[in-house]
Write a protein that binds this ligand. Structure first.
Ligand code: FE2
Length: 512
């Protein structure tokens, strides 16, 4: 009789030395829709169980050779995830109970009614299904938790760790490795490895990447057991027999960025199709997270690079300004060092006002550039002893506006313009080029004006010798409120006095 059997019908193995019992059970259980195989003793049963997977084994208790109890123990060793039901005569109920203690699911007393057998089998398989669903549910929950943790993390190392820990626990693997493609070299490098605490540090062998990638390219799942798995190794694991191997590509938009590999060395422990699917889900999530973590790390690195670039731009800018100042002073020996000193004296006032570092830096730069408009003015005429002609004075007075014109087209220098343009404006409105009054003169211009005049007075000029510090200070005080901002003058004097004291205390020479 042929019965229509569904692909996923539960499989039952009947073990009995009596042919008639085997035939009766086979016929009736087949009619119930199960796939049934029969064997006549324990050895044959074990061989069959190693060849195929079964949901349930019905075994006689007393058989020649290996008895039912011994078979039960050996089945337990196989870890084959199979339910066992023992059949026994009336006189041996105690033995049947012992069998249940050893892990049998149930027992059937001979002679049996066929409905009774069917009922026991149905009940057993129901329980097995429920158990499997429970496990799947538990797996799904922990998978979800791992996934969430992975998705939340932006650190590549942490993501890798979470994946490895997750696979080790959820797939009960003995070892897990993660190979990642180095974006620069294109080579796959083992980034991480975990070994189950139960296993010793077994060598995981060397994967045959060409074979693996070829396999991935056909979009086939890679779950292989025993010798078949060794095909994917360039060098098989040392001192260990590989029992089961599962490898999943980590893909981002069809690009393989890495591979997740699980190894089992435990006798009889093979990864299941369900576990492979679980690894796939994890690998998909991991691939995205690894990519994100990498992008994030890239971003951090780029930010860091940018800061370095900014720093070197700022250094460059400073050097350029100093270069300009030197270019200016090359043409006039009397102003050598003047720009740098004006920058320094301006910074003293800025510090006295407790302006912030960026503002102080800007004031230093403005000090360096304040006379940049003098480039192009012919000095030999101006550096003569005696009075300047009105034409010469007019020419000299063009330098603030020239300075503005020079700086204007350079965006990074535009903010230094007030220093160059306004350092000859006077507090009382009598200065040039615009005759600005009081606080209408930008602070930068007012600060540089004091520094400029102090340095001019305390330096040698073509037409006179340098004045002593005290005389220059007295002159500044006299002109506070007329030429200079009356609030800035005392600030400057206090700071420059402090500076001179510090220099003297350090044993440095200072101008008179
Ligand atoms: Fe000037």
């Amino acid at each position: 009789m042929e019965y229509q059997v569904h692909e996923e019908s539960p499989r039952v193995l009947v073990v009995d030395d009596e042919k008639v019992i085997r035939e009766i059970l086979s016929d009736f259980l087949t009619m119930e829709g199960y796939v049934v195989r029969t064997v006549e003793d324990g050895d044959a049963a074990l061989r069959e169980l190693e060849r195929r997977s079964y949901n349930l084994v019905i075994s006689d208790l007393k058989m020649p050779g290996m008895g039912g109890l011994e078979l039960l123990e050996k089945i337990a060793d196989l870890k084959a995830n199979v339910l066992t039901v023992i059949m026994t005569g009336f006189g041996t109920v105690e033995t049947a109970i012992e069998a249940m203690k050893k892990g049998a699911y149930d027992y059937i007393l001979k002679p049996f009614k066929i409905e009774e057998v069917v009922h026991v089998v149905e009940r057993g398989l129901d329980r097995q299904r429920l158990h499997a669903e429970n496990i799947r549910l538990k797996e799904a929950v922990s998978l979800y938790k791992i996934s969430e943790a992975i998705a939340e993390s932006l650190s590549l190392e942490k993501v890798l760790d979470l994946i490895l820990d997750g696979v080790l626990v959820e797939a009960q693997a003995d070892a897990v490795t993660l190979m990642l493609k180095d974006p620069r070299t294109g080579l796959f490098v083992e980034r991480s490895r975990k070994i189950s605490p139960l296993a010793d540090s077994g060598f995981t062998g060397e994967l045959n990447l060409t074979e693996l990638l070829e396999h991935y390219s056909h979009d086939k799942p890679l779950l292989a057991h025993g010798l078949k798995a060794l095909k994917f190794f360039a060098e098989p694991p040392k001192d260990r027999r590989l029992v089961s191997f599962c490898s999943i590509p980590l893909k981002v938009q069809d690009r393989v960025i890495g591979m997740l590999n699980a190894y089992s060395y435990t006798r009889g422990y093979k990864f299941t199709e369900g576990q492979r699917k679980m690894l796939s889900v994890l690998a998909n999530r991991a691939a995205v997270s690894i990519e994100n973590a990498r992008l994030y790390e890239d971003l951090v690195q780029k930010n860091c690079d940018l800061t370095t670039v900014n720093q070197s731009l700022a250094d460059n800018f400073r050097a350029t300004i100093i270069g300009f100042a030197h270019a200016l002073e090359e043409s006039d020996k009397y102003t050598r060092g003047h720009s740098e000193r004006v920058a320094f004296y301006s910074s003293l006032t800025a510090r006295g006002l407790t302006l912030g570092e960026p503002e102080t830096e800007r004031i230093v730069q403005a000090g360096l550039m304040h006379d940049i408009g003098k480039i192009g003015i012919r000095y030999e005429k101006l550096n003569k002893p005696g009075k300047l002609t009105p034409e010469e004075v007019a020419m000299f007075r063009t330098h603030p506006a020239k300075g503005k014109r020079i700086l204007e087209p350079i965006p990074s220098m535009a903010e230094l313009i007030p220093g160059a343009w306004c350092h000859h404006e006077n507090w009382d409105g009598s200065g040039y080029p615009r005759g600005l009054l009081g606080e209408n003169i930008p602070l930068l211009g007012r600060i540089v004006a004091i520094a400029d005049t102090y340095d001019a007075m305390t330096s040698d000029r073509s037409y006179r010798k340098a004045l002593p510090h005290d005389v220059a200070v007295a002159e500044l005080e006299r002109c506070a409120g007329a030429q200079f901002d009356p609030e800035l003058v005392p600030q400057f004097i206090r700071m420059v006095d402090d500076h001179r004291k510090t220099q003297i205390a350090a044993g440095n020479e200072i101008p008179r």
